[in-house]
Design a protein around this ligand. Structure first.
Ligand code: ADP
Ligand code: MG
Length: 262
């Protein structure tokens, strides 16, 4: 990593260089038992090239926050800026990865990655080359013609990741992306995501309930609390990568974040 990169990743919490800025976002749902305060006055931002994780217990509003930033859900108050522009709805400048894979079962891995209106205007051979490049990037170079039913959970999530990267989005937004795979696959996918982040220089915002995952991946961890869903604090993770859970320094940050959640 160059010195310049390191500096830009130091992070800004409100800086103008923010790729995404969440400003005063609140979200109320009308639940069966009355109003639910899913998000209350959420403020944070992610700098260009930064890797930020949002962590918190089940029900603290992580998915709601993901959906609001993705433009899939309207906030009750506040706004989200992507490169200084307000998000009003879904945009191809965001690459989304959900816990559920949402792949088209009748399309091959390559067709799933290449699917999308923006691609229709690209010449077929150029598009195919780009799709193959993305499949190589996520370690699925040999599975281009496989259908989702023939892929493991981890492989399906790799296809989802390649698809999310296909539009070359300014921000990669992920909601519990490794929540449905076994522990060993999860660690492998985390390592691969870090490699891809370092290779592409993407800005990543990943929400998870898994504290170890957040501490393993992030430059900064936004710690949320529930009822109402709010930010408790933001923890800088100033540890060199690759990070191992058994490192003493890792353990200290992990315990600190866990303590903030409980
Ligand atoms: P998380 O992803 O952290 O588990 P969610 O964002 O899914 O949290 O949910 C936050 C809170 O909002 C929870 O209390 C949940 O029950 C509630 N909630 C989520 N979606 C809806 C909805 N569409 N209608 C009513 N309540 C909702
Ligand atoms: Mg969720």
């Amino acid at each position: 990593m160059s010195g310049e990169d390191a500096t830009s990743r130091m992070g800004s919490s409100t800086g103008d260089d923010a790729r995404v800025a969440v400003q005063g976002v609140s979200k109320r749902y009308d639940g069966a038992q009355g109003p639910v305060r899913a998000l209350s006055n959420i403020n944070f931002s992610v700098a260009n090239g930064e890797f930020v994780c949002v962590v918190g217990p089940s029900g603290c509003g992580k998915t709601t926050l993901f959906r609001v930033i993705a433009g899939l859900e309207e906030s009750t108050e506040g706004r989200v800026l992507l490169d200084g522009k307000m998000i009003n709805g879904p945009t191809s400048d965001l690459g989304l990865v959900f816990q559920e894979y949402y792949l088209f079962p009748w399309l091959t891995a390559a067709e799933n990655v290449g699917f999308g209106p923006d691609h229709a205007e690209t010449a077929a051979d150029e598009r195919d080359a780009r799709v193959q490049e993305l499949l190589n990037l996520v370690g699925l170079g040999g599975s281009a013609d496989s259908y989702p039913r023939d892929l493991s959970g981890g492989m399906k999530q790799r296809v989802s990741l390649a698809r999310a990267l296909a539009m070359d989005p300014g921000l990669l937004l992920m909601d519990e992306p490794f929540g449905a795979v076994d522990a060993q696959t999860k660690r492998m996918l985390q390592d691969e995501l870090l490699d891809i982040w370092q290779e592409t220089g993407k800005t990543i915002l990943l929400v998870t309930h898994d504290v170890a995952e957040a501490v393993r991946l992030a430059d900064r961890v936004v710690v949320m609390a529930a009822d109402p869903g709010r930010i408790r604090t933001v923890v800088d993770v100033d540890l060199p990568r690759p990070r191992t859970r058994t490192d003493e320094t890792f353990g200290a940050v992990y315990e600190r974040v866990l303590g903030l959640i409980n």
